[in-house]
Design a protein around this ligand. Structure first.
Ligand code: URC
Length: 319
């Protein structure tokens, strides 16, 4: 919320960060349980300037109330739903329930609990922690206008060949040799804007209304898994022959393009792909070579790392 105050510009928002909640759904007929664990962060833009300029808190939604609301709404969700749908439901609650609230921003990070398999059989109530995380962030205005961004955090991928880096600028500061054989490792962070496909053709600029959210409560969970698959398939290539990467930049672009080509209801995607270096190990004494690198022994590092990021969007997208 921006205001003019005593000749200054004043902006404020308040909320509760990282409210942790787990929700279990028990199927009475087949005894199969589903569960999610979410870290929910809420930020409200609201007309509560009086709490800043005088001792008047009468327009404040207490952040403690926001926290409680997460648990109340989780309780009310009798059916399993995606992080996106829960974020939308919460944000719509805050903007419709409180006259002071003009915009609600809700971000959810889902912990990667995955159902375990025992002897190839899915376990009814056993879960283990995976690695990469599903994120969802929604901004809902009082009018109902809605902006939805989903994402992946911490998707660590590596390939031991089919990667090189050649033809870059060489000058008096350059030591890096050109190569067509190196390790390629990165930790992908992706963010993408969602637009339900049904509405793509007809309402391509105002799909952001709450009523255009797909009915299937797990639509965005499935979409998350499909995007992840598309990113991984493009990074690795086919199982036997793989695919050559001329640079992290090139691979990033192909990954982003694969997602936009595959999913018409995604209007833009941003990818961050640090180049995590595995350095060739060469050790020698004055007299002789102790270890000579032959694409076999590497020194794994985490810093410094290359930082490569880009976004790709359709022309009409507003990301
Ligand atoms: O794929 C790469 N992109 C770069 O921009 C770069 N820079 C560098 O030193 N190594 C690499 N690798």
């Amino acid at each position: 919320m921006a205001n003019e105050l005593d000749g200054f510009n004043f902006e404020q928002r308040h909320g509760k960060a990282r409210v942790r909640v787990a929700r279990v759904w028990r199927n009475k007929s087949d005894h199969i349980h589903s569960m999610v664990e979410w870290g929910v962060s809420i930020s409200l833009l609201s007309d509560c300037v009086n709490s800043y300029v005088r001792e008047d808190n009468s327009d404040i939604v207490a952040t403690d109330t926001m926290k409680n609301t997460v648990y109340v709404k989780a309780k009310e969700c009798s059916e399993q739903l995606s992080a996106e749908n829960f974020a939308i439901l919460l944000a719509r609650h805050f903007t419709s329930f409180y006259k002071q609230v003009t915009t609600a921003i809700v971000k959810i990070v889902e912990k990667p609990w995955e159902r375990v398999h025992i002897n190839g059989q899915p376990h009814g109530h056993g879960f283990k922690l995976g690695s990469e995380k599903h994120t969802a962030e929604v901004t809902v205005q009082k009018s109902g206008a809605l902006k939805l961004t989903s994402g992946i955090e911490g998707l660590s991928v590596l390939k031991t060949t089919k990667s090189g880096f050649e033809g870059f600028i060489r000058d008096q500061y350059t030591a890096l040799p050109e190569t067509r054989e190196r390790m390629l490792a990165t930790e992908v962070t992706a963010l993408w804007r969602q637009t339900p496909s049904l509405y793509l053709v007809t309402v391509k600029y105002s799909y952001e209304s709450a009523s255009s959210i797909p009915k299937n409560p797990l639509y965005f969970t499935e979409r998350y898994l499909d995007v992840k698959k598309s990113l991984a398939n493009t990074f690795f290539g086919p199982p036997k022959e793989g695919v050559y990467s001329a640079s992290v930049q090139r691979t990033l672009f192909l990954m982003a393009k694969a997602v936009l080509n595959r999913f018409p209801d995604i209007s833009s995607i941003q990818l961050k792909m640090p180049n995590i270096h595995f350095l060739p190990v060469n050790i020698s004494s004055k007299e002789n070579t102790i270890v000579k690198f032959n694409d076999d022994v590497f020194l794994p590092t985490d810093e410094p790392h290359g930082s490569i990021e880009a976004s790709l969007s359709r022309f009409w997208s507003k990301m």
